[in-house]
Design a binder for this molecule. Sequence first.
Ligand code: E4P
Length: 216
Amino acid sequence: MRIFLDTANVEHIRKAAKLGIISGVTTNPSLVSQEGKADYQAAIKEVCSIIQGPISAEVLGEEVESMIEQAQDISTWAPNIVIKIPATITGLEATSILAKDNIKVNFTLCFSLNQALLGALAGATYVSFFVGRLDDAGHDGMQAVKDIVEVFNHYQLPTQVIAASIRHPQHCVAAAKAGAHIATVPYSVLMQMIRHPLTEIGVTRFLADWQRVSHQ
Ligand code: E4P
């Protein structure tokens, strides 16, 4: 399973990039606005320059035509841009058109296997399944990820499944076990994934013991 960072915070992206394990970034309008960035284009371009892998930028529009127009514009901002399109009827039509035009789409805001399947049939490169938000609504988000992966494998659909709306490290464990191709994680969750109290206690003890040895 690959790890994407789910943020528009440039400082976090730079720090995570240094770890050498981030292969992409997902953003959304809420994440960009949290950073107080007035210039959306400049913010996305900056992210694209830090991480070489796919960077998802969201398109907002009620009509297919305006979605296509925005997507065609955004896709010129950097070679690694992926267009995020919501799993709606207009979004599905836009995805089909963009995929035929070789523009990579991340079919986002998926909350059902049917939405993910339709996104894949439309030619989306990725489908983003929002595990945490579905859990919040009282459903089993990760079981749905497992089902989607199974169906895509069964029908040999090349679309990659992104486990999104990740809230804690246990979601990452479950996403990996469910066979998700990618988990897109907030920076705080990435930090929680590497930290373990027993590792920290172990390092402290080794350092103390080593000091005793070297002072003998
Ligand atoms: C994914 O691409 C989304 O940006 C993200 O995972 C949404 O997560 P949230 O439910 O925490 O807003």
